[in-house]
Design a protein around this ligand. Structure first.
Ligand code: HEM
Length: 332
């Protein structure tokens, strides 16, 4: 009974946190450098004190790392909850709890992955805090120098990527992809790519919205970030849909299972919700982007992007249910 609630809930929080962490890494790698490059072509957002420039982007980079650190901090109790949910499933009332725990951690592959996930989370927290606490560069080098398209990614951010990919892999290594017969590594790689694409799209959009809230009277540049986000989102959506469709085909076996099995019905609900997220993204791209130079235009884009992220949170909730639902009999 408790598992039916804790299971989907902890997976939802886990997916949401991981998606945001991926978004932070993607933002710093592809969006921040391109947005810095575009700041010359767009005026400061209305009401901004000081325009978007090297220093503002430097400040944003530190705030992005701060958001990453908070996401990882919130993931740590979720990580603990994950073990609680697993123990509830495996609990043998006739043996002491410590014995069950030792068995889960030492004897089961799941336990190794869980321990690895904890280690990765602590490592990521330290790296994000390291970036967050670095002194701001002075007037000269600035992030324009360290962050434009021609410069390579700073070492600490490369470390963030290593941790992020490992974190995503810990999800895939305990997903349904692990029970695909034959080419299990390929299924795990596709599952991980699907999550990385989801994070690059929705996680970085959520981060842009977070970063664009005014702090100390300074309104950071929303428009250049959204313009830089647009091509990144297009590629991510293509990867997400491609990988999601193949995973769905593998897990379902046949199209009729979409309505004949519980797994298929949950997946259908997820696809319908994902369609709404895509639609909102499409409207923002076609109608919102051209209007970013006016204050009213920016406000409506911000509102629609908020809805897009909210609807994506529902997709993640359904994914939390999906990953805990048995696959149609006979598929794996
Ligand atoms: C807003 C769009 C979407 C987001 C944010 C999203 C996110 C995710 C996440 C985080 C996972 C968990 C991966 C794991 O446990 O390792 C997942 C799994 C999955 N997704 Fe998506 N997804 C989206 C759209 C789609 C679409 C459109 C499809 C199908 C065409 C799809 C099919 C799947 C399948 C089949 C799985 C594997 C579930 C399992 O292990 O049983 N997803 N998705």
């Amino acid at each position: 009974m408790i598992e039916s609630f804790v299971g989907p809930l902890h997976r939802w929080l886990l997916f949401a946190g991981v998606v945001l962490v991926v978004g932070v890494a993607a933002w710093r790698t592809w969006i921040a450098p391109a947005a810095t490059g575009r700041t010359d072509e767009s005026p400061p957002d209305d009401g901004a004190k000081g325009g978007p420039g090297p220093d503002s982007m430097s400040g944003l980079e530190r705030r992005a790392a701060g958001a990453g650190a908070v996401a990882v901090l919130l993931l740590l109790p979720v990580w603990g909850l994950r073990m609680y949910a697993q123990v509830q499933e495996f609990r043998d009332p006739f043996v002491p709890l410590s014995e069950d725990l030792a068995f889960l951690i030492r004897e089961m592959f799941w336990g190794w992955v869980w321990v690895g996930q904890g280690v990765v989370l602590v490592g990521l927290l330290l790296v994000f805090m390291g970036i967050r606490m670095r002194p701001l560069p002075g007037a000269t080098p600035g992030p324009r120098a360290e962050g434009n398209g021609s410069q390579s990614l700073p070492g600490l951010w490369k470390t963030v990527w290593v941790g992020t990919v490992l974190l995503v892999l810990t999800l895939s290594l305990s997903s349904h992809a692990m029970s695909v017969p034959g080419n299990r590594p390929l299924a795990v790689a596709m599952d991980a790519s699907h999550t990385l694409a989801a994070g690059t799209w929705i996680g970085s959009l959520a981060l842009i919205l977070l970063l664009s809230r005014p702090i100390h009277g300074y309104a950071p540049p929303l428009a250049p970030q959204l313009r830089a986000f647009s091509p990144v989102a297009m590629v991510s959506v293509a990867v997400l849909l491609f990988m999601g469709t193949i995973l769905a085909a593998i897990h379902l076996g046949e199209v009729a299972q979409l309505w004949n099995s519980t797994y298929g019905r949950v997946l259908s609900a997820k696809i319908a919700l994902a369609g709404i997220v895509l639609l909102l993204g499409l409207v923002n791209w076609r109608k919102g982007l051209p209007k970013l130079s006016s204050e009213a235009g920016r406000r409506s884009v911000y509102r629609r992007a908020g809805l897009e992220v909210g609807a994506a949170a529902l997709v993640l909730l359904v994914t939390g249910v999906l990953t805990g639902t048995s696959m149609p009999a006979g598929t794996h």
